[in-house]
Unconditional design. Structure first.
Length: 251
């Protein structure tokens, strides 16, 4: 066979090997609790590199995302910040029965951009600050955990007038980082990658475990990319990312 023909045949073989991957690449829409933002972005990148599929992420408080799901938002997968809404999604007919699982266990931390402000629970007892930020406890499980911890320490009543609420944990973190609040209860995952500021990881016995569950939604039941994303989220590659962001595992 002439060289030109051999090259053409080789190129044709290469194209045949590449085209099926791109032809079968698909996408899935994933609703993600705000505390899991950075971890989810990294997981989505790794998922795309491995499968060629794309996970399109939408972030918000768990309560807000659930309200959108109940109003027919076209999400395929729901990554909540609690274990209540995914089960509720199944009960109310939005989620696929038997698909809920815990993908992460969240932790809260008292954090300040001021490297000298947070000195453990004594910082709360002294109350030497004007504003403390928490996420809205009605829609964000991390906000509910913050209130639970303050009540356990018997400081909630004294601190209540100083509390400012973010609509979700991402906005709460922003309040603290911009100085709109001197300190606040944020997700450990939001500050796990920096040594800046001061922090106190709140003991786990001061609040109920923040079990973060995922569920396949009925809108994504026939989407192979949605199932592939769930499978990837359960796997070791995603597990390493989740642990690196300061979460416990669901095992």
């Amino acid at each position: 066979m002439p060289l030109a023909n051999r090259l053409a045949a080789a190129c044709g073989f290469a194209l045949a090997a590449v085209i099926p991957l791109s032809a079968h690449a698909a996408s899935t829409s994933v609703a993600v609790a705000a505390n899991f933002t950075e971890a989810a972005k990294e997981i989505a990148e790794a998922f795309h590199e491995k499968t060629g599929d794309t996970a399109e992420l939408s972030f918000g408080s768990t309560g807000t995302l659930y309200a959108q799901i109940s109003q027919a938002a076209p999400f395929d997968v729901f990554l909540a910040a609690d274990d209540v809404r995914p089960e509720k999604a199944v009960t109310e007919g939005y989620g696929v029965k038997g698909t809920t699982f815990t993908y992460a266990i969240g932790k809260i931390v008292l954090y300040s951009a001021d490297p000298e402000l947070v000195m453990g629970e004594a910082t709360l007892e002294k109350g030497a600050f004007d504003r403390i930020a928490i996420a809205n406890p009605k829609t964000a499980p991390y906000g509910a955990a913050a209130i639970e911890a303050m009540r356990a320490l018997n400081v909630y009543d004294e601190l209540q007038p100083k509390i400012v609420q973010g609509t979700n944990i991402a906005q709460t973190h922003q309040f603290v980082m911009t100085g709109n609040a001197e300190l606040g209860f944020v997700a450990l995952s939001q500050v796990a990658g920096t040594e800046a500021g001061s922090r106190w990881e709140v003991p786990a016995d001061l609040y109920r475990p923040i079990r973060q569950d995922a569920v396949l939604l009925k809108t994504g039941a026939d989407n192979e990319a949605a199932q592939a994303f769930i499978d990837f989220l359960k796997g070791p590659e995603a597990g390493k990312i989740i642990a690196r962001y300061g979460y416990g595992t669901g095992s």
